[in-house]
Design a protein around this ligand. Structure first.
Ligand SMILES: NC(=O)c1ccc[n+]([C@@H]2O[C@H](COP(=O)([O-])OP(=O)(O)OC[C@H]3O[C@@H](n4cnc5c(N)ncnc54)[C@H](OP(=O)(O)O)[C@@H]3O)[C@@H](O)[C@H]2O)c1
Length: 223
């Protein structure tokens, strides 16, 4: 696969989901910035991921540097901390695409759906960041554990957003990572992907698995 010079930054890149996404993005030959509140933790995580990803393009950075230097930023921090992190980096996000991977879970009852006052957490993010930032939501239904392997990931990624071109860009990125990204409509529809996560967590507990979702009836090319 040819290198793609787009710089992808991950806020919370040291965590379960963020590091899994970083691993897959590096394997897909993107330049990846692993973000953290702690630069040493970021560097450590980036170097561990680089050793397994056969991509030299993983660098650790502070969340602020990630927001400043990345072309596209993925948000992968716990929902409860998300807005605080975003407020710290907001001024660097103007004109950029921000992919919201967060889910408004309410511990300890994470297998019960909790809807946000605005409908979805992603719409709340768009309201917080304003119209200078294009928010797309994705990855809510992908189990982090599956990302940090080289196995085929047998699931679809629902992608919601209000700008079709930006959504297409995120779908291409997901496809380069080896997953199927599906246009799931406007940002408001993210409420469904977010809610599905609680359903999947419950299924995982009951069936002792790492469940994902697959939409039927779509023509797919063999990978
Ligand atoms: N895990 C999954 O399978 C999965 C799947 C789909 C979606 N999600 C969603 O993705 C998001 C991240 O999930 P996760 O499981 O990766 O979470 P996590 O591992 O608990 O945390 C991710 C990172 O967030 C940062 N963080 C933690 N507490 C923070 C705070 N108080 N302020 C600022 N940053 C903080 C930490 O990075 P530093 O300490 O290095 O700053 C941590 O490594 C969540 O919203 C989750 O619902 C998760």
């Amino acid at each position: 696969m040819a290198e793609d010079t787009t710089v992808i930054g991950i806020l919370g890149g040291t965590g379960a989901l963020g590091s899994g996404l970083g691993f897959r993005l590096a394997r897909a030959k993107y330049r990846v910035l692993i973000g953290s509140r702690d630069i040493e933790r970021a560097r450590q995580a980036a170097s561990e991921l680089a050793s397994g990803s056969d991509g030299p393009n993983l660098v650790g950075a502070s969340n602020v540097d990630v927001a400043q230097q990345a072309d596209l930023v993925i948000v992968a921090v716990p929902f409860i901390d998300r807005d605080k992190v975003l407020k710290e980096v907001h001024s660097y996000l103007k004109g950029k695409v921000v992919v919201d991977a967060t889910v408004p879970l309410q511990p300890p009852k994470v297998s019960v759906v909790h809807l946000r006052p605005a409908g979805s957490g992603a719409e709340e993010m768009q309201l917080l960041l304003g119209s200078d930032v294009k928010v797309v939501s994705a990855f809510q239904n992908v189990a982090a554990a599956k990302l940090k392997t080289t196995n085929l990931i047998d699931c679809d990624v629902l992608v919601c957003g209000d700008d079709k071109d930006v959504k297409e860009r995120v779908i291409s990125l997901i496809e380069r990572m080896g997953m199927a990204g599906l246009d799931a409509g406007v940002l408001a529809n993210s409420v469904v992907a977010e809610a599905l996560t609680s359903v999947l967590i419950g299924i995982n507990r009951r069936y002792k698995t790492e469940a994902g979702i697959r939409i039927t009836g779509i023509a797919r090319t063999e990978k």
